[in-house]
Design a protein around this ligand. Structure first.
Ligand code: CA2
Length: 151
């Protein structure tokens, strides 16, 4: 069965515990459940991961790219957290792995501080979803399936 990889960056393990006015009240476990439901409805299996470590995310991007090349995955949904705004390594990993990625942000980063307006990931992403809260995750999975299947 084909999978979709949903990768989450630093501090997203804290979802639902602080800053509910920015990120809402859902926990990361709730987000995983939302993603699992969407993936299942689309006939996909879900790989759902979170790490606070940049290198770990790079490894997972490479792994997802290899799965796509093997015909085992459609691509990735990536919320890189704060690495969005800093990480050349993550951008290079996406490009190098040839991984079709939908970049996802819970908040509307463009309505926030200036330093959140720049993304190193967006230029190598197939699409970007932001500002829908955690409801953006299932939207991103459905959108990824669309852009990768050409439907
Ligand atoms: O809006 C998003 O999804 C972000 O990727 C979230 C990142 C932030 O650095 C990006 O600019 C936008 C931060 C994730 C931290 O999440 C927390 C959740 C609850 C409490 C504290 C942090």
């Amino acid at each position: 069965m084909t999978s979709v990889h949903v990768l989450n960056g630093p501090n997203l393990n804290l979802l639902g515990t602080r800053e509910p006015h920015v990120y809402g009240t859902a926990t990361l476990a709730d987000v995983e459940e939302l993603c699992r439901r969407e993936a299942t409805a689309l006939g996909l299996t879900l790989v759902f991961r979170q790490s606070n470590w940049e290198g770990q995310l790079v490894d997972w991007v490479q792994e997802a790219g290899a799965a796509v090349r093997a015909g085992e995955a459609i691509g990735g949904v990536l919320n890189p957290g704060a690495y969005t705004h800093t990480s050349v390594a993550l951008r290079d990993a996406i490009e190098g792995a040839g991984l079709p990625v939908v970049e996802l942000h819970i908040s509307n980063v463009h309505a926030r501080e200036e330093f959140r307006h720049r993304s190193y990931v967006s230029p190598v992403a197939r699409a970007v979803i932001l500002g829908f809260g955690v409801a953006g995750y299932p939207l991103a999975i459905a959108g990824l399936q669309r852009v990768t299947s050409g439907t």
